[in-house]
Design a protein. Structure first.
Length: 151
């Protein structure tokens, strides 16, 4: 009997097919979905800039106004409340970068080394321990806002 030959190449076709179908569905949804009430509200108060509003910070209005100045049309505005998961990620990244700097470890764009994985896991657990005792570096009632433009 001959030993079975195993190919070292991975088959990425199902993954790429899934991503293409997902992209097509999102493009169709974007074509047929109108402006949400929040988005219309943001545009309205971007026409009358102020330092603050009753229930929103002024940054969304400022981003929309800057988009109009540079002739960019805001396509979507994503608003997400900052949760403990965001705070944990924030601390994890800060601790990871400090640990990397302390030991002289340089990471690449895509780093799958064992050293990276171990350092990332250590910084994750340190962040889990430190986060409940930390001062408010990242306010829990803040918002993450992303404005998507098209030319």
């Amino acid at each position: 009997m001959f030993p079975m030959q195993v190919s070292s190449q991975k088959n990425y076709k199902p993954l790429f097919l899934f991503i293409l179908i997902w992209l097509a569905v999102n493009i169709l949804q974007a074509c047929f979905t109108g402006i949400d009430g929040d988005e219309a509200y943001y545009w309205t108060y971007s026409q009358h800039l102020q330092w603050g509003y009753f229930d929103h910070p002024p940054m969304v209005a400022l981003f929309i106004k800057l988009g109009e100045i540079f002739d960019l049309k805001p396509v979507a505005i994503y608003k997400e409340k900052v949760t403990p998961v965001h705070k944990l990620l924030f601390y994890n990244v800060r601790i990871f970068s400090n640990l990397s700097r302390m030991i002289g470890y340089k990471t690449g764009i895509v780093d799958r080394s064992l050293k990276f994985k171990v350092l990332n896991k250590i910084s994750y657990w340190i962040a889990k321990i430190v986060m409940p005792f930390s001062k408010a570096d990242l306010k829990i009632d803040g918002h993450t806002i992303i404005v998507v433009y098209e030319k």
